[in-house]
Ligand binder design. Structure first.
Ligand SMILES: Cc1cc2nc3c(=O)[nH]c(=O)nc-3n(C[C@H](O)[C@H](O)[C@H](O)COP(=O)(O)OP(=O)(O)OC[C@H]3O[C@@H](n4cnc5c(N)ncnc54)[C@H](O)[C@@H]3O)c2cc1C
Length: 366
């Protein structure tokens, strides 16, 4: 029997995770193609906090909690080689009431979260200058180095036999006379496939435009900042998130900071946002903390579905095309790629993915 051929467009964390799942679960011939090299899309700029969400529909919060479990399982299955930092996350909201509501909402979903008193926070984070009366401690949350993990998983997928083609841009989806997608074109060649999978981040939109499908995502910029300091082990010990800052230590000389992108105005440039973030972090830390300076500032372009929830599945109008377009994809990728791999290989519906089809948006799919 002829081997099933699958092409995955885009080797970000989603495409790589899916390639590994498909290679583990099937003997299809799998090609993973990227216009750059693996992990160099928005994945490279991620804060990469593995977390559950808040204030979203129940089924989505459950999905995020399951995704966190999928990371814990992957960590075990890879003998902790991915070096996931399971530090837990300390967060608080604008008011103690809002923090309490946040804790209660997570507890209602059976998610492991504890309320910390002011004294307890300071025991956990002695260099915090001040903290509110109450904060939330998400025990099971953690973070990864997104580039290192993407590359480790890529090597595992290559060991399982996938064909990895970096530095080849897909210029079009190849269609037969009936309009069926039968492969892809690059500048130099064409590749035929039984199944084409789109994991091209923000570029999924452009690739689908050519099929007259208006993918309902926006390109959402966010700022990632790396601060440096003299060697100081565990400047912060947990992921810390509150209305003033989102930070985590990535080693004993650097802090990573995530900030919102406001607009293109010069006063909101990424460099100015970084300077303001630095000031806010200095104010939040005790004078015993080492001096911080800006090491690197970058903007990552996030694929953001219109309702901010994942878009996953075969396209109604093109059954040989499977699409994954999602935000918080670092957190979601192990779970979604497991579910998607089952749908792709076994051609059966995973109930957990039903709420996340493209068809929930009333767009034309010709
Ligand atoms: C500042 C910031 C903080 C974030 N924090 C978090 C967080 O804490 N937790 C979390 O879960 N998520 C976070 N995110 C979001 C997360 O980074 C993204 O959801 C995730 O990385 C998306 O992965 P992806 O594989 O879909 O996309 P990408 O990483 O962009 O991968 C797409 C790949 O497709 C390739 N490609 C595109 N077009 C083509 C083409 N035509 N031909 C061939 N290859 C192509 C690209 O080169 C790229 O490698 C954050 C993002 C930012 C910017």
């Amino acid at each position: 029997m002829r081997q099933n051929e699958i092409i995955i467009i885009g080797a970000g964390i989603v495409g790589v995770m899916l390639a590994l799942q498909l290679a583990t679960k099937s003997n299809a011939k799998i090609t993973l193609i990227d216009k750059n090299s693996a992990g160099n899309g928005v994945t490279k700029h991620s804060f990469a906090w593995l977390n559950v969400s808040y204030g979203r529909p129940d089924n989505y919060q459950k999905l995020r909690a399951q995704a966190l479990n999928a990371w814990h399982e992957l960590d075990k299955a890879t003998n902790h080689d991915l070096n996931i930092q399971w530090t837990g996350a300390i967060s608080w909201q604008e008011s103690d009431e809002a923090t309490l509501a946040f804790i209660q909402s997570h507890q209602a979903q059976k998610f492991k979260i504890e309320a910390l008193s002011q004294e307890a926070i300071l025991l956990k984070e002695p260099l915090l200058n001040s903290s509110p009366k109450i904060s939330a401690f998400a025990v099971d949350e953690g973070a990864i180095d997104p580039i290192a993990v993407t590359n480790q998983l890529l090597q595992a997928a290559i060991k399982k036999g996938i064909n990895y083609l970096p530095h080849q841009e897909v210029t079009a989806l190849l269609q037969d006379d009936t309009g069926k997608v039968i492969g892809i074109s690059t500048a130099n060649t064409q590749y035929l496939a039984d199944q084409v999978i789109l994991t091209a981040g923000v570029d999924n939109k452009m690739l689908l435009n050519a099929l007259n499908i208006d993918l309902p995502i926006t390109i959402s910029p966010a700022i990632i900042i790396r601060l440096k300091h003299e060697v100081f082990p565990s400047l912060t010990k947990h992921i810390i998130s509150n209305p003033q800052m989102e930070i985590r230590a990535i080693d004993d000389q650097h802090l990573l900071v995530a900030e919102d992108y406001i607009d293109d105005a010069p006063e909101n440039s990424p460099e100015i946002i970084a300077k303001n973030a630095l000031k806010a972090i200095e104010r939040a830390l005790s004078p015993l903390a080492p001096v911080l300076s800006i090491d690197k500032v970058a903007v990552g372009l996030r694929p953001m579905p219109r309702d901010e929830m994942p878009i996953v599945g075969f396209l109604d109008s093109h059954q040989s095309l499977y699409l994954i377009s999602m935000h918080a994809a670092v957190t979601l990728s192990p779970l979604i790629s497991q579910l998607a791999a089952t749908e792709i290989i076994e051609k059966r519906t995973e109930d957990a993915l039903i709420p996340y089809r493209l068809s929930r948006f009333k767009i034309t799919q010709q």
